[in-house]
Design a protein around this ligand. Structure first.
Ligand SMILES: Cc1cc2nc3c(=O)[nH]c(=O)nc-3n(C[C@H](O)[C@H](O)[C@H](O)COP(=O)(O)OP(=O)(O)OC[C@H]3O[C@@H](n4cnc5c(N)ncnc54)[C@H](O)[C@@H]3O)c2cc1C
Length: 473
């Protein structure tokens, strides 16, 4: 089929206004980190699942690869096409309706292009909590969150995106619609297709809608920012907070002082609530959600924090007395990614390990990097409660990024960890996956891909290496 013929068929599916080419398509072709720019035959903007299915049938018949895209906030260039201009980008952003809220079942059914913050707001309007929360929540979409199995700051209490989804609607690469929007908390009727699509990064099908779990809104919330001497003490503090707050502990984040100094330099209106801290100090951000009144939350928090200070786990503590102050603490945490985005050379790793191994891992890997690359500066922060660190660093000029990543990932692998805790594989970590997954695991993954996408048209070159159409990747 000619390009003009294909565009004609796509325009027949979506209308001229929603098949973008030329300059109109450009904003969709570069990844969030502005490191990768691809090219595409067109950017498609369907309005509903039927339109997605029609487009997929046209693409399957013509053998055209499809790159699904939500808010394009991913960190591994998974929603960016390659440079060949042979694929279409399929943007879900117009599919942003809330389809239903079922308060008796504590569920909300939304289309894939709903922005995460809009889902949180719709839940709050209904008197419920949708707890998925991450720095990009103002622009990332539920479809992207599910396709990447996003984590964020509330995983400790509520789990990853996977744990928050009960059912999915998916359009297959062949253009069939799987109506899996079941709001069931128990359903053992064979293989769980929902779990196959969640985390598949657009390589198996298009998620068009989801049924999500809702939770009671906490009656009170308190946030505390603590200065801690180091990571071992932060881990002890985590244990103390778990014992003291139980399920009321909804977040536990750590940030090295160097990260926070980058934030206050990049955004001078933001401030740390502490006087001078010793070099090498860290900060921990705790959030507790209480079903009782404010006094109860305050008393619980004060009891745990004063015990932590006495035990030498914390050097100083600031407790939020208002929603605005709590937001300011979270703003510090969430600005780290933005502050580091300004440091062009930042080498990033999104790793997870058993939390118990994190202090030793960081100490030994910091030392190995300093020995191999004198002058390296560490910028580490993350979700300690989930064993997930953004182990980032600023290398000295000329240090080869690939060698640095190999050193870090080899150590993560040796320690029984994961080289991608929450951001996925995309195109950035495809070779790493080949290096660290066992042959058995890779083979099973290839077979799933072959079974669901035999033409190899779904987001080729992401997660698994691209393969000639029809062949096992
Ligand atoms: C400031 C900042 C902070 C962040 N913090 C976190 C964090 O704490 N935790 C975390 O996990 N991530 C975080 N991220 C990464 C990112 O926000 C998440 O990966 C998010 O889930 C991506 O959603 P998106 O809609 O932007 O997806 P996109 O970037 O558009 O796409 C991501 C992947 O999903 C696929 N995809 C998108 N929509 C669909 C669909 N409907 N069907 C099938 N496949 C689809 C794409 O093909 C691609 O493979 C952060 C990003 C930024 C910029």
């Amino acid at each position: 089929m000619t390009r003009a013929g294909l565009l004609g068929d796509l325009i027949a599916c979506l209308g001229q206004a929603h098949v973008l080419t030329g300059a109109d398509a450009e904003p969709y072709l570069t990844d969030w980190r502005q490191a990768v720019t691809g090219r595409a035959l067109a950017v498609l903007r369907p309005a509903d699942s039927d339109e997605v299915a029609r487009v997929m049938r046209v693409c399957a018949a013509a053998g055209v690869p499809v790159v699904p895209q939500g808010g394009n906030t991913g960190q591994v260039a998974a929603a960016t096409p390659d440079a060949s201009a042979s694929a279409v980008v399929l943007s879900l952003l117009r599919m942003n309706r809330v389809r239903a809220v079922d308060l008796d079942n504590d569920t909300i059914t939304v289309e894939a292009g709903c922005v995460l913050q809009a889902v949180q707001e719709a839940a709050a309007q209904a008197g419920r909590l949708f707890p998925l929360s991450l720095g990009a929540e103002g622009s990332c979409t539920i479809g992207g969150n599910l396709a990447t199995n996003a984590g964020g700051t509330q995983v400790l209490r509520y789990g990853n995106a996977r744990e928050l989804a009960l059912g999915l609607e998916v359009v297959t690469p062949q253009g069939r619609i799987w109506h899996g929007l079941r709001g069931l908390r128990k359903d053992n009727t064979g293989y769980d297709l929902r779990d196959v699509y969640i985390g598949s990064e657009g390589t198996l099908g298009i998620i068009t809608a989801a049924v999500l779990k809702l939770f009671p809104l906490p009656r009170t919330q308190r946030t505390a920012l603590l200065a801690v001497p180091g990571l071992p003490q932060a881990l002890q503090l985590l244990q103390r907070a778990r014992a003291g707050f139980g399920a009321g502990l909804t977040a536990f984040e750590v940030m090295s002082l160097a990260c926070l100094q980058d934030v206050t330099r990049a955004f001078p209106q933001q401030r740390l609530p502490f006087a001078e801290l010793p070099e090498g100090a860290w900060c921990a951000l705790l959030e507790i959600s209480d079903s009782e009144d404010e006094q109860h939350a305050q008393e619980r928090l004060e009891a745990v924090l004063s015990a932590a200070m006495e035990a030498g786990e914390a050097l100083d503590a600031a407790v939020s007395v208002s929603g605005a102050q709590s937001a300011a603490f979270w703003h510090l945490r969430e600005s780290i990614t933005l502050a580091l985005a300004r440091a062009e050379a930042c080498v990033k790793h999104d790793i997870s390990l058993p939390a118990s191994r994190i202090p030793d891992f960081v100490r030994c890997t910091d030392e190995a990097l300093a020995a191999a690359y004198p002058g390296v500066a560490m910028r580490v922060f993350g979700h300690l409660g989930d064993g997930n660190l953004h182990y980032n660093l600023l290398p000295p000029a000329g240090a080869p990024q690939a060698d640095i990543q190999r050193l870090v990932h080899d150590r993560v692998h040796e320690a029984g960890g994961s080289i991608s805790a929450e951001q996925g594989i995309g195109q950035r970590r495809v070779q790493d996956l080949q290096r660290y997954k066992s042959e058995v695991e890779l083979d099973l993954m290839r077979r799933i891909k072959q079974a669901l996408d035999p033409q190899g048209l779904m987001n080729p070159g992401k997660v698994l290496p691209a393969s000639p159409a029809g062949a096992l990747p």
